[in-house]
Design a protein around this ligand. Sequence first.
Ligand code: PFF
Length: 448
Amino acid sequence: MATKFSSKIGLIAATVGSAVGLGNIWRFPAEAQGNGGAAFLLVYVACVLLLGIPVMLGEFAIGREGGTDAIGDYKRISPGSRWWIVGGMGIVASYMILCFYIVVAGWTLEYLVNSVTGDLFSGIADGTSSFGTKMQDYVSGDTKPVLYTVLMVAVNMLVLLCGVRKGIEKISNVLMPLLFVILVVFCVVALSLPGASEGVRFFLKPDFSKIDASVVIDALGQAFFSLSLGMGILITYAAYFPRETRLGRTAVIVSSLDMLVAVMMGLIIFPAVTSFGMEGESLEGATLVFVTLPEVFTRMPGTQVWSVLFFMLLLFAALTSTISIAEVSVRFFQDRLRMSRRNAVLTVMSPVLIFGTLSALSAGPLSGFRIFNLTFFNLLDTVATNILLPLGSLAMCVYAGWFAPKGMIADQLGNGSATRSVATRIVMFMLRWVAPIAIAVILVAQFN
Ligand code: PFF
């Protein structure tokens, strides 16, 4: 039997830690910018409530019922069937994601270190360097990105070696509150910049003319990624949930906090860029955090302090996500292959050094090395995010809605109560009918 999280707060902190990642911080603002601001936000919230939460609950129920790794859960619950393949897909997807996301986590550490030393800002004031050039150096170089990837692998290993309670839970208990404090500080500062209200208006004024089918599909994909669905993570973490944990309440808290972070990022970024007249700048992922925001910081008093705080925020978000995704494979090796925790962590993380290095070099020296015309980094990202995640979630919904032992999911949702609440019935309906169809649409849309 897997260990359990030792407290309610720890359980929420760890699960929110997984959900709150770069998806919220650098994907959400870009999506909102291009897709009608608050109109996108509304569609996104609807996707989380109607589909994200039910799918999350499906994963929670399977994970807590099985009480072991993502493959083992299906084997225990439906012995003799092939449904374990769904768990296997989650493990493969999570491992692929780990191998490129760890590189991005490495960049955040690299930016943090260079904010502390001041290197990030050297040569900026006198125009001998620019943030674009810095990014070239930090992200596309041949040694630094690899070095920081290796460092991040080491930090992840340290946390994982300490175990579920003393490692994952403890670090989440510290980093998540800190992350929220930093976010609040940034919100207050951004909202009090001159001209901030214009940015808020841009973000919160819905432009419904931008909403079409493809925006809805984007919002759904964003919701699933942001909630860490289909990655085997929530199934794995749910095995650490005690019997008394109320799954519905947990899912609502986790999703709400995850959405809150996305909204707060919007309330930071839009006022900041409009206040400094940088609305035209790209808010696209890496450029937003590595070029646009440092530029914003240089225009504020206390440049270095803001930069250090911001990259700490990014690092905390990235670290609590990478440990959750690595835990999927660690639990698998521990439970399925009966390895000690130490050996499981070593077995999982050693190959990440190789694949992570290949991903890290994809932005620089290996950018010409392509498979299906994609760099190694983009190949992992595309196959995992666009194909395996939706496919895995779809199969999980079909299993939970139709093939899991009768009443098992509903029993888990009601903590064993014989009466089925309205909420449980709605979740079951979503898992059976609405979620599989919606996810199938996303999947097909990827190929158009
Ligand atoms: N919910 C996470 C995010 O928004 O970034 C998704 C995630 C990605 C979790 C990568 C873990 C991970 F390693």
